[in-house]
Design a binder for this molecule. Structure first.
Ligand code: PLP
Length: 385
C-alpha cells in the first residue's frame, strides 16, 4: 500500500520541484505500528497466539537464527531428513555443538510418527526435533499433527520449516505444539522472497534465554527482537525495515484473506491432484516421484523421468516452448531423474497445470515416447477438485 509519495525532483530550469511517482521508490519509512500490524496479520494466518517475529531476509535467516538460538552443547537433536533442507539443519545443529541423530527417509516417501517415536525410544535424551513440513524440492509432505503429538509426549522442542506448506495446506503451530514455526511468503503464499517470519513459543524463548551461545546483537538474533521489540511493546524497530518486502508481505496476506485461506489451499490441493492424475494418464513412462498420493505435497508435484530420459533435458525442451511454465528439474543429484511442477502461488491454476503437462507431453513425444496428450488433459481436468 503506497499511501504517500514524499520525494520530489528539482527542475533547475523552472526551479520548481516536480513530483516523482515511482511505485517502488520514494516510499515513506514503514512505521513500527504498521510493522506490528503485519506481524499480527501473519499470526492470524497461522492461527497462533505465539509471538510472531518477522525477519528481514529470505526464510533461511529465521531457519538458521532459530537453530542457533535454541541449540547448544547440551542439546540432543533428532533431525528428520526428507529432502535437502533437513541436511542443512543437521549441519547447523552440529555446528552449534549439539548431538544430532539424523532420521533420513527416502525422498519418495514421508516420515511417520511411529518412526519418530522409535527414535525417542532409542535415544530418550532427545530434547529437540527439527522437521520440514513439506518439501518443494522433493515433493513430499509430513504428518505434522501426529508427529507433534509424539514430540509433546517426549517434551522436546519442536522446530518446523513450513516455508513450502504455508498457504498450500494447514499450518497450525498452536494446535500441533510447534515451538518454532518458520514461514516464507515466496511459495504458496504467492508473495515476496526477501522477508520471512517465525512464531516462537514461551518454551522456545526460555530455551534461548538460557543458551549462552544464542546470537545476541546479531542479524541472526531472535533474542534481540524479543528483548528490544516484543518485550518493549513493539514501539521502536531495531533497524530501518525493508519497506518493499514488508509492503509486499502485507499485500500478499491481504490477498490471501480476500480469496480465503481455505480457497487458496484448495487450489494447491487441486493442482497437485490434477498434475498427478494428468501425468499418469499422459503416459510415456512419466510417474509420480512420491509413491503415495497422501504423502505428496500440495505445493509442488515431483515426477520421475522415464528411464533413458534426462529430466533436466526434458524440462529444458518444455521450457523452450514457454519459459513462463512453472517447471524445473530436481536440484543437484536429482537433476537427472526428477521433474518438478511448481504449481504454487499464482501457478496453482488449471491453466498452469494443463500447460505444464502439455509441454512435458510434447517434449516426451519428441523423444519418441508414446504419450496420450488428450488422456492427460482429461485426467488433469477430472483431477481438479
Ligand atoms: C523454498 C524453501 C525454503 C526457502 O528457500 P529458497 O529456495 O531460498 O526459497 C526453505 N525451506 C523449504 C522446505 C523450502 O521449500
Amino acid at each position: 500500500m503506497v499511501r504517500r509519495l514524499r520525494s520530489t525532483a528539482f527542475d533547475p530550469v523552472t526551479e520548481e520541484s516536480t513530483a516523482v511517482t515511482h511505485p517502488f521508490l520514494d516510499l515513506p519509512p514503514l512505521s513500527a505500528a504498521h510493522f506490528a500490524a503485519i506481524e499480527d496479520r501473519v499470526a492470524r494466518l497461522l492461527d497462533t497466539r505465539q509471538d510472531v517475529v518477522i525477519m528481514q531476509g529470505e526464510a533461511l535467516l529465521p531457519l538458521e537464527g532459530a537453530i542457533r538460538a535454541t541449540a547448544g552443547r547440551g542439546t540432543v537433536a533428532l533431525n528428520v531428513i526428507t529432502g535437502p533442507y533437513g541436511q542443512t539443519f543437521g549441519d547447523w545443529l552440529r555446528d552449534c555443538g549439539a548431538t544430532v541423530y539424523d532420521l533420513a527417509v527416502p525422498f519418495h516417501t514421508a516420515v511417520t510418527a511411529a518412526q519418530i517415536r522409535d527414535a525417542f525410544a532409542e535415544h530418550p535424551e532427545i530434547d529437540f526435533v527439527s522437521l520440514v513440513h513439506a518439501e518443494a524440492a522433493t515433493g513430499n509432505t509430513n504428518p505434522v499433527a501426529e508427529i507433534g503429538a509424539a514430540v509433546r509426549e517426549q517434551g522436546a522442542l519442536f522446530y518446523l520449516d513450513a516455508v513450502a506448506s504455508v498457504g498450500a495446506e494447514p499450518v497450525l503451530p498452536d494446535a500441533w505444539g510447534v515451538d518454532l514455526c518458520v514461514i516464507g511468503a515466496q511459495k504458496a503464499m504467492g508473495g515476496p522472497a526477501g522477508v520471512s517470519a517465525v512464531s516462537v513459543s514461551e518454551r522456545a524463548w526460555a530455551r534461548m534465554a538460557a543458551n549462552p551461545r544464542a546470537p545476541r546483537r546479531s542479524y541472526l538474533s531472535l533474542l534481540d527482537w524479543k528483548e528490544r521489540w516484543v518485550d518493549a511493546g513493539r514501539k521502536a524497530l531495531l533497524h530501518a525495515p525493508a519497506q518493499l518486502e514488508m509492503l509486499a508481505l502485507d499485500a500478499c496476506v491481504e490477498r490471501i484473506e480476500a480469496e480465503g485461506l481455505a480457497t487458496v489451499m484448495s487450489r494447491h490441493t487441486s493442482a497437485a491432484a490434477a498434475t498427478r492424475a494428468g501425468a499418469l494418464a499422459l503416459g510415456g513412462g512419466l510417474e509420480p516421484y512420491v509413491h503415495q498420493a497422501t504423502e505428496a505435497a500440495p505445493v509442488a508435484t515431483t515426477l520421475r523421468a522415464p528411464s533413458g530420459v534426462v529430466a533436466s533435458e526434458l524440462v529444458a525442451r518444455a521450457l523452450a516452448t514457454d519459459p513462463t511454465l512453472p517447471l524445473a528439474s530436481g536440484g543437484g543429484a536429482l537433476a537427472k531423474g526428477m521433474i518438478r511442477v511448481n504449481h504454487y502461488g499464482p501457478d496453482a491454476t488449471p491453466d498452469a497445470v494443463q500447460a505444464s503437462l502439455a509441454a512435458l507431453g510434447a517434449a516426451l513425444s519428441e523423444k519418441g515416447l508414446a504419450v496420450n496428450l488428450e488422456a492427460g488433459r482429461r485426467a488433469a481436468e477430472g483431477g481438479w477438485r
